[in-house]
Every structure is written in structure tokens, then in C-alpha cells.
Design a protein around this ligand. Structure first.
Ligand SMILES: Cc1ncc(COP(=O)(O)O)c(C=O)c1O
Length: 495
């Protein structure tokens, strides 16, 4: 406090900025050095490991009331958070379905936070970049430049955006004003029984209810049965429902099956339905030269959900919703309160990006996607998708060549379902394979997940990973067989 402030009895003002920027600079250099080492050496660490009690306890510590040096805070983060990751940046992480991140994207997230813009909208560079990345997503999928779109937190939100526009366009009334209770005939949405669970959440959140989503049986390849879909639509119309939307899946979460998008586009057109594609897994196959044909027809959708935090490997979170009819998209969400009116010039003269979704404040998700695309070019991302699909074929070949292993089906894209089969059935077989999966995780060898396909339990490998090499898949097969034998010998499970 200077003398004048003291004379006036003024209290010194506080800030979160450091008293000495040089200290922060030195520490930041260390953080960056550590971060580079962390990703460079990821292959040498276990995929996953259980947290010891003292690490767990650290997260029960009470609200800090007094300050601590930033170096000590960083030290604690290194010891706890950084040392016990989920593991999805590791080359042998193949659980559920997620990307493996990338260093440039992480720098993008850092710079986005430093620059600090709120992407609710406004006239600033980050806003233009947000729109540019949406435009790039349109180009990747062959969507028209005139389409609408928005970056959201992930695939689930991207699906909700598309389905909300579908509901409002097909409701036959002004749903925004009058609500779903005023819809004359109950709306029906359709998708295969392999639909991701986020669609159920969407139906519930949209006030339509889970039953408004009719699950259509699938064929032997787990693709939606088009004849069954057509029959269901006819049946529903006769029963007084209003068929509103068909959801095609480009890459199901269980097996990667891709619905016949061309046939769905045709059917939706003939029946007057909205055509939404859940492309969270597979939409980006459109940029993969050897496999793009598998998602042909996606460009005909009314709306698509895609997930740059999967096959573009952007650090979490970023999803993208595209809507062919930009006016319908904006018309579903735009609200202009008096405190967010546009001005002819200045900061409020840019587009209000919050008019395309449910959030008002929005993070600068675009930068991490933009930087990685600029650095590598889209063709490399396409090649990496082809590479993962080829690796899935390679793994399927290894499984078929191992007499102890059983393959559920030839992979469509990058998901391989298999199991260790020593001649067991039912629950005993499931228990044995679950134990293999858990030991693979606990021994830090590989992270797989499991699922049920055609009523049977399978281990599931989803290769959405730019660090995976064929030798990792060789190791997986070797270790699965070793653990299978070990567990069977222990008699831990019985037939
Ligand atoms: C087919 C499909 N749809 C939607 C989602 C949900 O995406 P997110 O986890 O990004 O919300 C997933 C997630 O894996 C998915 O596989």
C-alpha cells in the first residue's frame, strides 16, 4: 500500500495475478517440460493402475482456506491426478470409445484458456474460429456450406441438438411456445436396437419420453432392418402416432455396425421423416480414403452428430452438431434477451453462437481442433482412421489364428469383439472373461471393456488410438491367452 492510500484509509486491492510473473514463468516452463515428457513416455507406463489409499484420501481434503505456493499445488497435482490417469492416451487403451488426445490439442486448450474468450458469441477472433471449425466439419462430411452447426461438449449433446430441431420441425405446432403437451399426435422417433443410450436421455429430456423412441430390430450385421422400420412406421401411423424422425447410426457402440445410410435417407424422404445420423463413432470415416464408402449417404442427413474428441483425437471435450437447414437450427434455440442484443459495430456485432444450442457461455473448444488440423492436415487424420480399421482386421486375424480365442464377427470398422473360450458356457464363460479383462487392467497391460452381442458376453476392443501399433495387438493376444490359462488353472471360475 502506498502512502497516499494509507492516508486515505484505502485497503490494497487484490488480484489473482501473481506478485512475481517471473516465478510463474519458471514454473510454467517446468510444467510444459513435464507435460512433454508425460506424453512422450506414455508407452512406458502402465495403461492404468489402482490409486493407493493416500491418493484417494487427498481428494477428501477440505476446502482450502489459506494460500499455498503454486509450486506446491502443482506438486500435488503431479502426485495425484497426473499419476493416475484413466489411460486413454496410452497406446493400449481400447475401452468403451474415445480418442487418445494429442499434444497440439492440449496446447490449444491451454492457449484457449489464456486467451479466455467466451464463445457465447461476439465480434472477436475466437468466434470466427469456432464457426470456421464447424465449416470444416461440414466439409469433412460433404455437408453444404449453407448448413448450420455448433460445437458442443460431445456426441450426446450433439445428438440432443439434432433431435431437438427434428422435434420442433416435425411437431406441427410451435413447441417452443406451447410445449410438447400441445402436440396433437404423439411423435415417434426410430432407431435400431443398437442405438447409443444417449438417445434415450435425449427423448426424456425432450419431454417425449423413452417410449417415443421405437427400437427397430437389426439384421445379422447389427444394422437397422429397413423393412422392419418401414413396417413400424406404417403401424404407428395407423395407430394415431406421428412418425417424426429416423436416427441412423454410423458406427454402433457395440460393434461399429453402420446402418445403410443411403436406404435410410431414401426412406426418410419418402415417409416425410427427419433423418438424423448419430455419427459419433463413424461420421469422420468420411475423411478416410479407404473406408469413406462405408458412410456414403451421411451427406444426405438433415442433421448429424459427430465427435472430434474421438477420431480427431481432440482432448476432451468437443462434439459437433450439423443441421442442414440453418434457419430451422437457429429457430430452435435462438432467444435474444435485452442484455444480449446485437450492435451495428463493436464487440456485440458478431454472431451470437449461443443461438445454436442450449448453453449461453461456451468454451473455446475450436482452438484445439483447429491447431491439430492445421498442423497435420485433414488427410493425415483420414489415414489414421484407415490405420485403426486395418489394425482391427489384423487383430481379428490374430484372434482367429489363436485356438483358445473366439471372434464374435469380422469387424466392420475398428471394434473387435472376442473372448477366451476354453469350452465354457454362460455365466462361467462371462466370469472368466471378465476376470481376464480386470487383470489386463490391473496389471497395466491393456484396457478393454466388455459388452453383450446377440445375447452373449464378449470382450471388446475399440481401436480409436493413433498411438496403437500392431505389436500392441500381438501383446494383447499373448497376454489374454496367458491370463486365460492362469485363471482357468487357479480354478477361479468353473463351468
Ligand atoms: C454411437 C455413439 N453415440 C453417442 C455417443 C456419446 O458421445 P459422447 O460420449 O461424446 O457424449 C457415443 C459415445 O461413445 C457413441 O459411441
Amino acid at each position: 500500500m502506498d502512502a497516499m492510500q494509507e492516508n486515505l484509509g484505502l485497503v490494497a486491492e487484490e488480484t489473482l495475478d501473481p506478485p512475481d510473473w517471473a516465478d510463474v514463468q519458471a514454473l510454467s516452463h517446468r510444467v510444459i517440460d513435464d507435460a512433454v515428457d508425460y506424453l512422450r513416455d506414455v508407452r512406458d507406463r502402465p495403461v492404468w493402475r489402482e490409486m493407493p489409499a493416500d491418493v484417494r484420501e487427498a481428494f477428501a481434503a477440505p476446502l482450502p482456506r489459506s494460500p499455498a505456493p503454486l509450486a506446491a499445488v502443482y506438486g500435488e497435482v503431479s502426485r495425484t491426478v497426473m499419476s493416475y490417469p484413466m489411460g486413454n492416451t496410452h497406446p493400449r487403451f481400447w475401452s468403451w470409445y474415445m480418442g487418445s488426445s494429442n499434444f497440439t490439442g492440449a496446447l490449444g486448450d491451454f492457449l484457449a484458456a489464456i486467451q479466455g474468450s467466451n464463445l457465447g458469441g461476439g465480434n472477436h477472433a475466437a468466434g470466427l474460429m469456432d464457426s470456421q471449425v464447424v465449416n470444416w466439419c461440414k466439409q469433412m462430411l460433404g455437408f453444404p456450406a449453407s448448413a448450420g452447426g455448433t460445437l458442443v461438449s460431445g456426441g450426446s449433446m450433439a445428438n440432443i441438438i439434432g433431435l431437438t430441431v427434428a422435434r420442433n420441425v416435425k411437431a406441427g405446432i410451435d413447441v417452443r411456445e406451447h410445449g410438447v403437451a400441445a402436440i396433437e399426435k404423439p411423435l415417434r422417433f426410430y432407431g435400431s436396437e443398437q442405438l447409443h443410450s444417449c438417445h434415450r436421455k435425449a427423448m426424456e429430456a425432450l419431454g417425449l419420453g423413452n417410449r417415443a423412441l421405437r427400437r427397430i430390430p437389426t439384421d445379422s450385421g447389427l444394422r437397422i432392418d429397413i423393412a422392419a422400420l418401414r413396417a413400424a412406421i406404417t403401424e404407428d401411423r395407423a395407430a394415431g402416432f406421428k412418425p417424426a424422425c429416423v436416427i441412423g447410426t454410423a458406427g454402433t457402440v457395440n460393434t461399429g455396425a453402420i446402418d445403410d445410410l443411403q436406404a435410410l435417407a431414401k426412406l426418410a424422404h419418402e415417409e416425410g421423416l427427419w433423418f438424423h445420423v448419430d455419427g459419433c463413432i463413424g461420421a469422420l470415416i468420411a475423411i478416410a480414403p479407404e473406408n469413406a464408402h462405408r458412410v456414403a449417404g451421411i451427406e444426405r442427413a438433415d442433421s448429424v452428430a459427430l465427435d472430434p474428441h474421438k477420431w480427431l483425437h481432440a482432448p476432451f471435450e468437443v462434439g459437433c452438431a450439423l443441421v442442414r437447414d440453418a434457419a430451422a437450427h437457429r429457430g430452435t434455440f435462438a432467444v435474444t434477451p435485452e442484455y444480449l442484443e446485437s450492435t451495428p459495430r463493436g464487440l456485440a456485432s458478431g454472431e451470437w453462437l449461443h443461438d445454436y444450442g442450449l448453453q449461453t457461455s461456451r468454451g473455446f473448444r475450436a482452438l484445439k481442433v483447429w491447431m491439430a488440423l492445421k498442423e497435420h492436415g485433414v488427410e493425415k487424420f483420414g489415414r489414421l482412421i484407415d490405420q485403426n480399421i486395418a489394425q482391427a482386421v489384423y487383430l481379428a486375424g490374430l484372434i482367429e489364428a489363436a485356438p483358445q480365442l473366439q471372434l464374435a464377427a469380422s469387424p466392420t470398422v475398428n471394434i473387435v469383439c472376442f473372448r477366451y473360450q476354453p469350452g465354457l458356457t454362460g455365466e462361467a464363460l462371462k466370469a472368466l472373461n471378465t476376470e481376464i479383462m480386470l487383470r489386463l487392467q490391473e496389471q497395466g497391460i491393456a484396457a478393454l471393456s466388455d459388452t453383450t452381442v446377440h445375447g452373449e458376453h464378449w470382450l471388446r476392443v475399440a481401436i480409436t488410438n493413433h498411438r496403437t501399433r500392431r505389436e500392441d495387438l500381438d501383446l494383447l493376444v499373448r497376454e489374454t491367452v496367458r491370463l486365460g490359462r492362469e485363471i482357468a488353472a487357479e480354478g477361479a471360475v468353473s463351468s
